[in-house]
Design a protein around this ligand. Structure first.
Ligand code: AGP
Length: 587
């Protein structure tokens, strides 16, 4: 949530550089943007409501500075206004700060410093004001150190002080990475922002501060001591974080599923077996994640039951802390997260660690906080996922959970075989005819305000995930149900022509869900059947391959495309849905 990007170094067009970097982070928040730089000893600030992607490359031409910072906002405290946009600055306009997170004690600090000094409604404004307050008696570095010690809550900040040729950043709970270029440094919420300049990074951990000028100095905020860091090379190509030939990241990422399943299952057998041992030894295994990743965990619950004959418990990460009563040192928490930065997941991990419970994570961003704070971590290797709607990460996470379930059952090779076949079938599915057919179904659905999706067994969580996909990018009111639950209430919502999607597989529950589909049809529903075989109850049939237990991996693909095309038909931007951000780093 919120994108931060700063640079200091050899180039004198730092403001333009920051704008371009922020455009690559816009998926993190896009209700307003702002940049700041020290221009001839004065604080230059430009901030506005709207998307950074609309800012032209020439806007800052001629404004020379080799140090600048910017921010793309997802509002938490204070409405979406120019004044509330970041950077925020001290009343003497000497200190500017960008921030991602929430300062819980901002009210108290604001009262202490004097309310009349403040012009915005944000929590962030207390940070530059506090730094400015300490600057009366201290150097910039000490002032930032003192200020961060006062802050309660989660933050990643970058601060700039006019006349001081250095940027100072600090973090607790929100991501911030240092990119190390040739004669230049970058500070960013995520790697794609600086990938075209460098693949070398240094990680800032929680409760650490970094001072960046012609070199970097890491400091532990609590002790004030220097911290040694290693330079790490990131194996991501700049092009993989671009849209390429596609109009939207979402479509590009859906199409990438031709390859991503292969990459997810191509794991080191020894690492998988180490994890298998941890799962087998655990007394009480919990799966947890948020949103789509949470639905993946639910699918995993079914995979473990069907393939490995093993019971696991799922709880959404935001609900997980209450389960602390059941956690023991012998328990295992398995968390799933694309970004590896989701605040609710981090909190679930904190709760588990306090009880001595070990944590295994399935993550896409290897450099993320969750990956680094886990006892075991497996990368899904899906490559950068930038559309807010998670697509390729979800199928890779499901593939990896299924592979682990097979391995727990002593059938790792069989798992690989099954999943390699699924990957091949997904490749065949994603052809222009298939896409065009789904587009035509989307054109019909987009005229409706409501759509319902039903699934059973491992396709029940896919019905829930389908609802998230359609809601978030098309704003159609979509709801997913366990097929058998319809008759207990939801069927009352169905009227003549209501689009209802039925997710069917060739499995032991097929006849049950077909009966539930017929019940919907009898109430006038327009039935879209996603199934390997045609049935007379379907008004539209989206054919998917028969892949046995792995059906969620293929059934979700037409749903992702439907959501994408409904969004396009409605004239929306599927990559940047309203009110959302890609990485949710606040609770
Ligand atoms: C997915 O389409 C959503 N935008 C969202 O539910 C997402 O899956 C959730 O916020 C979890 O993110 P994570 O995988 O990065 O932890």
């Amino acid at each position: 949530m919120c994108g931060i990007f700063g640079t200091i170094g050899k180039r004198d067009n730092a403001l333009s550089l920051v704008v371009e970097g922020l455009k690559k982070l816009e998926y993190r928040g896009y209700d307003s943007w702002g940049v700041t730089a020290d221009v001839d000893g004065e604080l230059f600030i430009d901030k506005h409501v709207g998307k950074i992607s609309t800012v032209g490359t020439s806007r800052f031409e001629g404004i020379k500075s080799n140090m600048a910072v910017g921010h793309s906002r997802w509002a938490t405290h204070g409405g979406v206004t120019d004044i509330n946009a970041h950077p925020h600055f001290s009343h003497d306009r000497k200190v500017a700060v960008v921030h991602n997170g929430i300062i819980e004690n901002y009210h108290e600090i604001r009262e202490e410093l004097g309310r009349d000094k403040f012009i915005s409604e944000t929590d962030t404004e207390v940070i530059p004001q506090l730094i400015s307050h300490y600057l009366k008696t201290m150097e910039f570095k000490e002032a930032v150190l003192e200020a961060t010690r006062r802050l309660k809550g989660r933050y990643a900040i970058v601060a700039l002080h006019v006349g001081d040729h250095q940027l100072i950043a600090a973090r607790r709970g929100s991501p911030l990475i240092v990119g190390v270029g040739n004669g230049e440094y970058f500070l960013a919420s995520d790697i794609p922002a600086f990938l075209e300049y460098t693949q070398d990074v240094m990680y800032l951990n929680d409760n650490e501060m970094v001072v960046v000028n012609d070199h970097v100095e890491f400091i532990n905020i609590e002790t004030g001591e220097l911290v040694e860091k290693r330079l790490i090379n990131i194996d991501w190509k700049a092009e993989s974080a671009e849209k390429g030939e596609y109009d939207h990241y979402m479509l590009k990422e859906i199409m990438e599923q031709k390859d991503t399943i292969h990459r997810a299952i191509n794991q080191d057998s020894e690492e998988i077996m180490e994890i298998v041992k941890a799962i087998q030894a655990a007394r009480g295994c919990f799966f947890s994640g948020c949103g789509t990743a949470g639905k993946v965990c639910m699918v995993g619950e079914y995979f473990f039951s069907i393939v490995a004959d093993r019971h696991v418990n799922y709880a959404p990460a935001s609900e997980f802390p209450i389960y602390h009563h059941f956690l023991k040192p012998e328990s295992l928490l398995v968390v799933v997260s694309q970004s590896g930065e989701t605040a609710d997941v981090l909190e679930a991990m904190e709760v588990a660690k306090k009880k001595g419970t070990k944590v295994l994570s399935l993550i896409n961003v290897g450099s993320s906080t969750i990956a680094r704070q886990s006892d075991y971590s497996l990368l899904i290797n899906a490559g950068p996922e930038k559309a807010v709607a998670s697509t390729k990460a979800a199928t890779s996470q499901m593939a990896l959970l299924l592979l682990i379930a097979y391995a727990v059952n002593g059938e790792l090779q069989e798992g690989r075989r099954v999943l390699a076949e699924v990957a091949g079938k997904i490749n065949d599915m994603l052809n222009p005819r298939f896409l065009n057919y789904i587009k035509s179904v989307a054109e019909a659905i987009q005229k409706h305000e409501n759509a319902y999706i039903i699934g059973k067994a491992q396709n029940y969580p896919i019905a829930l995930e389908a609802a998230i996909k359609i809601q978030e990018v098309s704003y159609v009111h979509a709801e997913g149900f366990a097929a058998g639950e319809l008759k207990h209430g939801p069927i009352a919502l169905v009227t003549e022509g209501t689009p209802c999607i039925s997710l069917i597989a060739n499995d032991e529950v097929k006849d049950d869900i077909l009966n539930n589909t017929i019940e919907l049809k009898a109430r006038g529903a327009h039935i879209i059947g996603i199934a390997p075989e045609k049935h007379e109850v379907f008004d539209d049939w989206i054919k998917v391959p028969d892949v046995g237990v792995a059906s969620p991996l293929v059934n979700i693909i037409p749903i992702q495309l439907l959501a994408y095309y409904i969004s396009i038909c409605r004239g929306l931007d599927p990559d940047m849905p309203r009110n959302l951000a890609k990485s949710v780093t606040v609770k």
